[in-house]
Ligand binder design. Sequence first.
Ligand code: F6R
Length: 613
Amino acid sequence: MSGIVAYTGSSEAAEILIEGLSRLEYRGYDSVGIAVLGPSGKIVRKRCSDKSRRLRDLLQDGVPPGNTAIGHTRWATHGRPSNENAHPHTSCDGKIAVVHNGIIENYRDLKEDLIEKGHKFTSETDTEVIAHLMEDMLKKTSDLREALALTKKKLVGSYAIALISADHPGEIVAAIKNSPLIIGISDEGNFIVSDLPAILPYTKKVIFLEDGDTAHLTPDKLKIYEESGSKIERKIETISWSPLLAEKQGYKHFMLKEIFEQQRAVQETLMGRLQVEKGQVVFENFKPDPEKIKNIKRIVLIGCGTAYHACLVGKFLIEDFIKIPCEADIASEFRYRKPLINKETFVIAISQSGETADTLAALREAAALGAYTGAICNVIDSSLAREADEIIYTHAGPEISIASTKVFTSQLTALYLLMLRLGNITGSIKPEEAIKISEELIRLPLKIKQILDSQQDRIEEISKKHFKQKNFLFLGRNINYPIALEGALKLKETSYIHAEGSPAGELKHGPIALVDSELPVVIISTEGCVYDKVASTIEEVLTREGRVILLATQGDERVLQFTEDIIWIPPTLELFTPLLNVVPLQLLSYHIARLLGCDIDQPRNLTKAVTVE
Ligand code: F6R
């Protein structure tokens, strides 16, 4: 996902932008650029499409002086990654510079019209039309924000735009539609960014722009206008995230840091919500009318990638404990398959970013069909969080590594809480059972720590043994089948090794053909209702000389006969085994990717939030 950082104030803007943009690198990008409005009254641009070069190299032949600037990390959608296509883009006279996230769907038509009028284009991007449109609009009005409002009327698509003009020193204007922007307010100036980590070192005072808003910033003033054009006051919020949370703090990679942060992330997601002694859950935002919950006939969980795997676990929880039919669906499938949804369906979207295009579209489709909607999200005030009827936040803090780890375990934690809440309301979970579940739920953070402390050396050894293999198979059954899928996805993403996840019972229906004396087969065989069935699967793999790696319950000596590659998991209630089992699989992927020398935090071709279809 592309990132935007813009600043106007009393400090040197280029330095601030480079620092801010470096904090957005985690989102994945293929080029970077800044435009600075200098004291000479000219806009100076620096752009680079060589990702391997550090951002600071942009400035190796001198920092452009100036106190107003816009910057961008680009993840190519329209036009290949190149210096010419890197943002900021400028108008013909070079007096307007613009950065943009999203897609201008009608840019071809606009470009044709503009070319007919004599505009000269220098890139293949959709974004450049905005700079040329602004050039025309500024002939109609000298007010920069008004010109942007007129330009917006021509645009179809989704966008977060920030722009500067050589004729308007100290000013930045911005607009959003279906793509977030946040204003940061400080004594040294004002900021516009697409993502909070970019401003955390400078300020914690922020305003989340709302869909349709335009904003006008100067070093000491800011004005916001809603879609209709009327001026509006938006609430200033204070962010509690510490800038340290967005730094590596001595870990070699963000992914490793985030794996080790899971104890805290799960704890914070539980904090203030779980009343252990009563077996009850109270959410800050999700306080539905009990009658509404009692009328729900079906629950549908939707998400993409890792979030979809959380949905699959959620399906087991809801059907087993709430006794309401529940489906888990991939958002990109749901949105096009004419789902049967009505007002008795509760559709819950799960997403780290809250900006995933398919998940948002699926939620909107569900809402249009009359569903009661909810979202489990990590990013506060994200589009999904704003659009859903109900919102449950995962309190994992910013997740910087592209491969999701701590947010996944936090999503599972939120699902356990949701299950308990629904159980409290419907009475499907008896108070004594709810207390038993709560007592174990509160112990999970410590058990995560136990796994990481006691198993990390063993996991590293197992990684060393197998990292050169070209294929891996992950098997799990029942509530741990989604964890086999997640283990495989994590390995693919971080190490580029082909990995397949499969329900263990499906092995003999096809995947068993892959098993030979080379293939590492990771089998989740912690204690639970399918323990004996999984033991048969282990035998089937061993008979074909597969190289078995087991996840087993601490103290279960029966598995010692199968292999020496065993990762031990502390005993827990079966419903919680997915949350504990996924932790060593994340670490296994991490170590294999590290041994292979992969770009762990920013794997090739991936981006942190897939905001385009
Ligand atoms: C996997 C991963 C992706 C995301 C997916 C959904 O590690 O990060 O599979 O889970 O793109 O993203 P969100 O959760 O932001 O909707």
